[in-house]
Design a protein around this ligand. Structure first.
Ligand SMILES: Nc1ncnc2c1ncn2[C@@H]1O[C@H](COP(=O)(O)OP(=O)(O)OP(=O)(O)O)[C@@H](O)[C@H]1O
Length: 420
């Protein structure tokens, strides 16, 4: 159905776009653009009735490849063969006329896909119903919200009976309920034996829906195969590069940070907001490490993994009475996920001149996202010895799409019949 043979595509990247005629004239002669290959030697072959997915980081070339399949763009080298009517969910609503009503746009847009007036009339109610626009359909589309606009464009594109459907990040369209409707429509398409090429950053959906995945990295195809295998390698790769990014960030922070504890009179809440370190310094936390089960310093974890926060401390010549060590885990927006300390946990604590305290979470159980850690040593009555906010970061990667903060172990049960 789709045959892509050794396709190459380049864009001109203008360093300084000329604005006036004079500049255009001058720059033209100097040639102030660079050519960038955004697709290099891509080959793939998609059989009828298959749903394939393209994954890869931002800017890797996925949308460019899709645009070539719609013929919006032509390759610079190589060949693309497509058999059948293509409907694309890229650049949704690109052909809409703002002053025309939703209904008029349905007729114009659907006719671009080759549908006759009669065919459009027979699908009209279904298009309007799917787009959830009943009372607005005779208003000009310029009065639509962005969600309404997208829903209408999406609805037209899927009702034109295409043989091939190209979908780019539709999950960004509309609210949750509408997204669910889109997914079930895609599943319906699949069942009808249509060919689908799907681009999404939602790996869970990609794995569930696609028969095969292609991973594009920096303009090249690096892997194709079963969704779970390609996603596993892709996530490993992402973890590796994010690990490096976080490491660099931490190194930068360490370079900037003065290791001095700031002795301050302000109250705790103010300090927390200002992302500070404070306390009287009787105990000083000299190092914070986040470790994985292999005892390596790590920043990326999976949900089930063991995470350990290791605090190295030393005492100074100030008196340390009834010390308590605590750790708090927060989402990046400040949501408190979990916090405890040795006093709450009723742990006997013996403090020496210097030493280490290790806080181990056997199974992390947090949902996918970025987190930071506050650490502290204080007196049982709350007087801080050393309190460090945002002392360390880590991320949780997961293929699951569950929402919220923590994974709550659960099961589903179903019963047939019974009282209604
Ligand atoms: N019209 C254009 N002119 C110049 N460069 C472009 C143009 N369109 C895209 N690019 C560049 O081509 C590269 C590939 O872009 P493309 O949109 O295909 O990537 P993508 O994998 O779809 O990314 P995303 O996941 O962010 O949608 C990027 O570096 C992008 O900046």
């Amino acid at each position: 159905m789709i045959e892509v043979k050794d396709v190459w595509k380049k864009y001109k990247i203008y360093q300084d776009k000329p604005v006036s005629f004079k500049e255009r004239f001058l720059y033209k002669r100097k040639g102030v653009f660079q050519e960038k290959w955004v697709l290099q030697g891509i080959s793939l072959s998609i059989e009828k009735g298959k749903m394939i997915g393209l994954i890869g980081r931002n800017g890797s070339g996925k949308s460019t490849l899709l645009k070539m399949m719609t013929k919006i763009l032509q390759p610079d080298k190589g060949e693309l063969k497509i058999i059948g009517r293509v409907s694309s969910l890229l650049e949704l609503g690109a052909g809409f006329h703002m002053d025309f009503t939703g209904r008029e746009n349905i007729f114009m847009n659907a006719s671009l896909f080759g549908l006759s007036r009669k065919e459009i009339n027979s699908k009209l109610q279904e298009i309007i119903r799917f787009a959830e626009l009943d009372t607005f359909i005779d208003n000009p589309v310029r009065t639509y919200s962005s969600g309404m606009f997208m829903r209408l464009a999406f609805s037209i594109a899927i009702h034109v009976e295409p043989d091939i459907l190209l979908i780019d990040e539709i999950l960004a369209v509309g609210d949750n309920a509408f997204q669910k409707k889109c997914i079930s429509k895609i599943e319906e398409f699949k069942e009808k034996g249509k060919t689908i090429v799907f681009v999404s950053h939602d790996n869970g959906i990609m794995e569930r829906l696609c028969d095969e995945l292609y991973w594009i990295h920096e303009s090249k195809l690096v892997k194709k195969g079963k969704p779970e295998e390609v996603i596993r390698d892709y996530l490993d790769f992402l973890s590796g590069s994010e690990e490096q990014r976080l490491k660099n960030e931490v190194m930068q922070q360490e370079n900037q940070q003065t290791s001095q504890i700031e002795v301050t009179e302000q109250n705790e809440e103010v300090n927390k907001k200002e992302n500070k370190r404070w306390g009287n310094g009787a105990v000083e936390i000299t190092n914070i490490a986040i470790r994985n089960p292999d005892n390596e310093n790590k920043f990326i974890f999976t949900r089930e993994q063991r995470l350990e926060v290791e605090l190295t401390y030393k005492t100074t010549n100030l008196k340390v009475e009834r010390p308590v060590f605590g750790v708090g885990i927060f989402k990046m927006d400040g949501t408190n996920c979990y916090g405890t300390n040795t006093y709450i946990d009723k742990v006997e604590l013996e403090i020496s001149e210097h030493g280490k305290v290790r806080y181990c979470i056997e199974s992390l159980n947090l949902v996918q996202g970025d987190y930071y850690v506050d650490v502290a040593c204080h007196h049982e009555d709350g007087t801080p010895y050393d309190y460090i906010t945002k002392a360390a970061n880590f991320s949780v990667h997961s293929k699951e799409n569950d929402q919220g903060i923590a994974f709550l172990p659960h099961k589903w049960f179903f019963e047939k019949g019974g009282e209604s």
